[in-house]
Design a binder for this molecule. Structure first.
Ligand code: SF4
Ligand code: SF4
Length: 130
């Protein structure tokens, strides 16, 4: 495995704050996933591939865009692994590579819509300002 891929995997794990090493590959997350039928890499395998540093494979996966962020997988995980956050972290990594996901706090006042709920602003900052 290339060092760069290992570093990317470590960065994804850092962003997600998920303890993927606790995964025991039981598959409960995948069994609970409502979008699993359309995914090329199911949640339990997603965790496995990430643990093995295969960020490039995951970055090309349709799973990134099929995931509904419903967190059913995370709720069902008996080890508190939270696959949804891992998928989200890889999705963020891909979007960052495209240079499309940073929010500069100083620029926020110009882009805020007055009808935008405060939760959306806080959520966007959490998501795009890591
Ligand atoms: S449910 Fe949790 S422990 Fe089981 S495979 Fe999924 S992430 Fe791993
Ligand atoms: S968050 Fe994504 S991976 Fe997890 S159960 Fe929902 S659709 Fe499936």
């Amino acid at each position: 495995m290339q060092i760069r891929e290992m570093e990317e995997a470590a960065e994804v794990l850092r962003i997600s704050t998920v303890k993927a090493e606790n995964c025991m590959q039981c598959g409960k997350c995948s069994a609970a996933c409502p979008a699993g039928a359309r995914m090329d890499i199911l949640p339990h395998r997603f965790v496995w591939e990430l643990m093995n540093g295969r960020v490039s494979l995951l970055a090309k996966s349709g799973t990134l865009w099929q995931c509904l962020s419903c967190f059913a997988c995370s709720a069902r995980c008996p080890r508190g692994v939270d696959p949804a956050r891992l998928i989200e972290a890889v999705r963020l990594t891909v979007i960052r590579r495209q240079g499309a996901n940073s929010i500069n706090v100083d620029e926020l006042p110009q882009v805020i819509d007055e009808n935008m709920p405060q939760q959306a602003i806080v959520s966007a900052l959490r998501k795009y300002n890591k």
